[in-house]
Design a protein around this ligand. Structure first.
Ligand SMILES: C[S@@+](CC[C@H](N)C(=O)[O-])C[C@H]1O[C@@H](n2cnc3c(N)ncnc32)[C@H](O)[C@@H]1O
Length: 345
């Protein structure tokens, strides 16, 4: 396969890739390494263990969902899914540092041919927690108002359910108090809060909810508001100025690379800003972030942009090598022999 990338020629050898070794990165950048293979195999390899076991600050990932309609990269359902996901609990746990975190995002699932939700997602997450003897630090909801209506049969055709517009995010850890700092993900104050701080006036006293609001509780300017655990798709898109622009650039670069080479881009990419929220909240610069179901490597790209080291693992050859199109070519330090970059300048 041939393409132009930042005025360089990139050749990806399909056949070679399918036989490649698990323990060698497909490409490396200033801050990270991308591996091709099943993450259970890559993470069980001695060389990878030596390099990363017990050293990862955050595992941030969106595994395949237990969907009834099969996605292009395949997915299990029911009890098989529960068993499959939970087998990663101890493996992941071994890779994180003592105060590290595991954050998993999973969408909702429905019973086949019935207007009834499946409980597989909840059971899988519970089983994952129990198998790994992990703590559930907090549950988040990723509210995505732009999601297309589904399940179509019950929402659009029969009109007996409303559209499913959130995914669950579980933040888990070994210890009760993993590294975290909400000051790194503060939101802009609402206009009401801004005028309250400016005017230094509001009604204190007891609220109907029984909360007692002090006379000065809301008068200090604290750089921003503490975010809720419902992450609003519209809000996170404007979360930060650091990545704004460059994020969009990375997605556009990836998409135009895929279009230009007749490759289907990843069908389930997550927004960069979602990865950004958790990476900032739960890690510091130079920490290691691992995404064992990396897809188009959104996590790695965002980690790199935030000066965090990263490791990505992806089992599908249609996605793993092509994810390098997200990075400025100058950030790519080396590639496996399946990927050849010829500089034209
Ligand atoms: C929901 S997608 C992740 C999308 C990703 N967050 C992104 O933004 O592009 C899940 C990915 O996991 C990959 N996958 C499934 N099973 C895997 C395994 N055992 N090891 C590594 N990758 C796997 C799939 O090929 C798919 O690309």
């Amino acid at each position: 396969m041939y393409t132009e990338l930042d005025n360089n020629e990139v050749i990806i050898a399909d056949e070679l890739g399918k036989r490649r070794r698990y323990s060698k990165p497909l490409y490396t950048t200033y801050f990270g390494e991308m591996y091709y293979g099943l993450s259970e195999k890559v993470l069980s390899h001695n060389k990878i263990k030596e390099k990363y076991e017990g050293k990862v600050q955050l595992i941030f990932t969106s595994p395949p969902f237990p969907l009834n309609a099969k996605k292009k990269y395949g997915n299990l359902t029911g009890k098989k899914y529960i068993k499959w996901l939970s087998k990663f609990a101890n493996l992941f746990k071994n890779y994180i540092v003592e105060d590290g975190s595991i954050v998993i995002e999973i969408g909702n699932a429905w019973e086949p041919k019935k207007p009834i939700m499946s409980t597989v997602v909840i059971k899988s997450l519970l089983e994952f927690l129990e198998k790994g003897n992990l703590n559930l630090c907090q549950e988040f909801v990723w509210f995505n108002p732009a999601k297309l209506p589904s399940p179509v049969q019950w929402v659009n055709v029969k009109r007996i359910r409303v559209k499913d517009s959130f995914t669950k995010i579980w933040w888990m850890s070994k210890i009760e108090n993993p590294k975290a700092d909400n000051r790194r993900v503060l939101q802009e104050y609402s206009s009401r809060m801004k005028s309250l701080i400016k005017n230094q006036k509001y009604n204190s006293g007891r609220r109907p909810s029984a909360h007692k609001i002090g006379e000065t509780s809301f008068l200090t300017y604290n750089e921003g508001a503490i975010p809720p655990n419902v992450i609003d798709g519209d809000y996170v898109e404007s979360l930060t100025n650091i990545l704004k622009g460059s994020n969009t650039g990375s997605v556009e670069k990836y998409q135009s690379y895929c279009r230009g080479n007749g490759i289907a881009s990843h069908p389930a990419r997550m927004p960069s800003s979602l990865a950004e929220f958790f990476i900032k909240f739960l890690t510091s610069e130079n920490d290691i972030v691992l995404d064992p179901f990396a897809g188009s490597n959104t996590t790695g790209y965002v980690a790199e942009s935030l000066n965090r080291r990263w490791v990505g693992i992806e089992a599908n050859w249609n996605y793993a090598p092509h994810s390098l199109a997200r990075f400025p070519i100058n950030n790519i330090v080396s590639t496996g022999r399946e990927i050849q970059i010829n500089s034209k300048t």
